[in-house]
Design a protein around this ligand. Structure first.
Ligand code: ZN
Length: 644
């Protein structure tokens, strides 16, 4: 049979579209990663996660460029004379993955317009971006955007544009060295340099990376002799104590290890995280910084940019280093502080969120440096960086749920409803369908659909807290499952093979500032549900700034058996509805007992210093309801607890 040429072209095109884009692995001299990111678009959200991305698309992310002056058509990144620094690239860094993960034509058209301007306006010397921008830093963000766009679209202009830009930068850096933010954020560019090197093998890129490292800040040295062991004091704050810089810097030594091949760099990556945890970790899973190092009091805050940048750092750390505990960390950040700083409809967000957040108002608080707007839910409370930058959080998390294994299989890094299409086992296309309401439920089902029977590994992360984890394959229990590891199943997979995971979620207590207690169950941390009275402070149609006043008391101490918290907590499951990250839509409630603690009061408009536990109270015993941190916009997360 003769097939007409046009039809043949059409058939080949549709076949080409159906085949997953290849995974690009590390090229020598880089050592191999533990795992590799799949090209953007390989993982698609399903179930509640897809709804969450749709909420985001229907909220600020899908509309902010229609009315926010920093992103209106006057932007320098669209050829205008307006904002020409970081905001356009920040927005694209979230909008591009959001558009392609949802396969949303409207958002793809928006994102395409911005990216095309950069692609079509490279200057003769290789420079990119608005002419009036003289700062290397915002271009570092745009480079990330370009790599995402290339993966999602296969646009053939991206690689040559980046080659020419990097050659220009290599030739210019001696005369125009890294400055200000770029000095501290150079590892983000190193990531894009590595991305391009893996595709072209041009060794001048290795020279460029060495120059960036030489001109850039030495984060490893800061953490090998760490001086900032509490809340930064006046006169101490600098770009090296800035929480967003620190969140971005978490990945420094992992990335730099690819270039240096020095085992000490590899070790330093986890060492840096440990140091940050020891002095600045909060019970919601992020480091305190409002917006400089802020210590461990749960009334201090964390800037939203630090949450999304911290997630991005951890996504790359887990790919390079392969430590299962980093997956626990990623889930904790994605499921708690990310939704915790955004309203349920994602039309407003906070600059600083607090684990103990009992009043969100325009008022003075004990931030290290931030202003009086910082914990409002609004359009651009305090400063507009988070307004431009928070969009990357959910989409990049969704895109990182699955990665490729070094052995040409697939690995589950974090869990949420999704499907992934990838090429495995040297050329077999496979789709995995993950059905679950995790993290609100403890069971996950994965159906494996290879295009042909093929042998390849599937690595399943078993969370560190899942000490009674069970895995079954086609109904038969799998042996040797251990918490805190990747469990590998390597076999000849057939269409319809089914993996069932159960991660029993026991109630756990962790100890924090002043010996306070936080309640975790699975990857979720639970907070006191406080009645929320939302009052519109300013109309910024179609957005608004909101204050939230508590309509119920918050100053409780828990009456729990610290050694056996399961005995003190009743778990009530509710349907996982359309807005799980809202107080009324919380899909899980925990019932616990507690007593009011009259001496624990507001101080400077935040929950006052935590009374050291154990505490005593003559108040009557009450039943309290805890809900997921991300659902509670007012909340107490670090509780005093009663002597028994
Ligand atoms: Zn910010």
């Amino acid at each position: 049979m003769r097939i007409p040429g046009a039809l043949l072209t059409l058939m080949l095109c549709s076949m080409a579209l159906a085949a997953p884009a290849p995974v690009v692995r590390n090229r020598a001299p880089f050592p191999p990663n533990a795992f590799y990111m799949l090209p953007l678009g390989a993982v698609k959200p399903e179930g509640w996660l897809k709804r969450q991305l749709q909420i985001q698309a229907a909220g600020l992310s899908g509309h902010i460029d229609e009315f926010w002056p920093s992103l209106t058509p006057d932007s320098g990144w669209l050829g205008g004379t307006g904002e020409s620094w970081e905001r356009g690239p920040y927005y694209m860094d979230g909008l591009v993955p959001l558009a392609f993960l949802l396969d949303d034509a409207r958002l793809k058209a928006k994102a395409g317009k911005w990216v095309r301007w950069t692609l079509e306006n490279q200057r003769a010397d290789g420079a990119i971006g608005p002419e009036k921008n003289k700062d290397w830093w915002p271009i570092m963000v745009m480079l990330k955007v370009l790599t995402e766009y290339q993966e999602a679209t296969g646009d053939a202009r991206v690689v040559p544009l980046m080659e020419k830009y990097f050659a220009h930068q290599l030739a210019s850096l001696e005369k125009q060295p890294l400055d200000k933010w770029a000095i501290y954020r150079w590892p983000d560019e190193a990531l894009s340099v590595a991305w391009l090197y893996n595709r072209t093998g041009d060794r001048r890129l290795l020279d460029l990376a060495r120059l960036l490292s030489k001109q850039g800040y030495n984060w490893r040295a800061q953490f090998e002799d760490f001086q900032f062991r509490g809340k930064a004091q006046k006169g101490e704050t600098a770009l090296k104590t800035h929480v967003v810089n620190n969140a971005m810097a978490l990945k420094t030594s992992a990335i730099w290890w690819l270039f240096s091949r020095d085992a000490a760099d590899r070790r330093a990556a986890l060492g840096q995280l440990e140091v940050m945890d020891r002095f600045h970790l909060l019970p919601n899973g992020v480091h305190a910084g409002d917006e400089h190092y802020a210590g461990r009091s749960p009334s201090q805050g964390t800037e939203l940019c630090a949450v999304v940048e911290g997630m991005f750092s951890v996504e790359h750390m887990i790919a390079i280093l392969g430590d299962a505990a980093l997956g626990d960390r990623l889930e904790k950040m994605a499921f708690n502080p990310l939704p915790g700083a955004c309203s349920g409809d994602m039309w407003s967000h906070q600059y600083d969120q607090q684990p103990n957040q009992v009043l969100c108002t325009l008022a003075k608080r004990d931030w290290t440096t931030n202003g009086d707007e910082s914990n409002l839910f609004g359009l651009e409370p305090n400063y507009g960086c988070c307004t431009a930058n928070f969009h990357q959080g959910w989409p990049k998390f969704a895109a990182s749920l699955w990665m490729a294994t070094a052995g040409d299989g697939l690995a589950a890094m974090a869990y949420a409803p999704s499907r992934v299409a990838a090429r495995v086992a040297g050329g077999v296309d496979v789709e995995l369908v993950e059905q679950t309401e995790y993290p609100f439920r403890d069971n996950i089902g994965i159906t494996v659909n290879p295009s042909a029977t093929a042998k390849f590994p599937i690595d399943l992360r078993v969370p560190g807290w899942a000490t009674e984890a069970r895995i079954a394959l086609n109904g038969k229990a799998v042996a040797g499952v251990r918490a805190g590891t990747f469990h590998r199943i390597e076999r000849r997979w057939m269409k319809g093979d089914r993996i069932e995971l159960v991660f029993p979620m026991k109630v756990r207590v962790s100890r924090w500032h002043q010996d306070s207690a936080a309640i975790d169950r699975g990857p979720l941390v639970y907070s006191l549900r406080i009645g929320e009275d939302w009052r519109k402070l300013r109309d910024k149609a179609p957005a608004a700034d909101w204050e939230i006043y508590p309509s119920t008391p918050w100053n409780y101490a828990l009456d729990i058996d610290m050694a056996n918290p399961e005995a003190s907590v009743e778990v009530v499951e509710k349907p996982v509805g359309d807005t799980p990250f809202s107080s009324q839509g919380a899909p899980v409630e925990l019932r616990v007992k507690g007593r009011r603690l009259e001496k624990w009061t507001l101080v400077n408009n935040s929950a006052g210093p935590l009374p050291p536990s154990p505490v005593a109270s003559p108040a009557p015993l009450e039943t309290l309801t805890l809900i997921p941190y991300g659902s509670a916009k007012l909340r107490v997360t670090a509780f005093p607890w009663l002597a028994r």
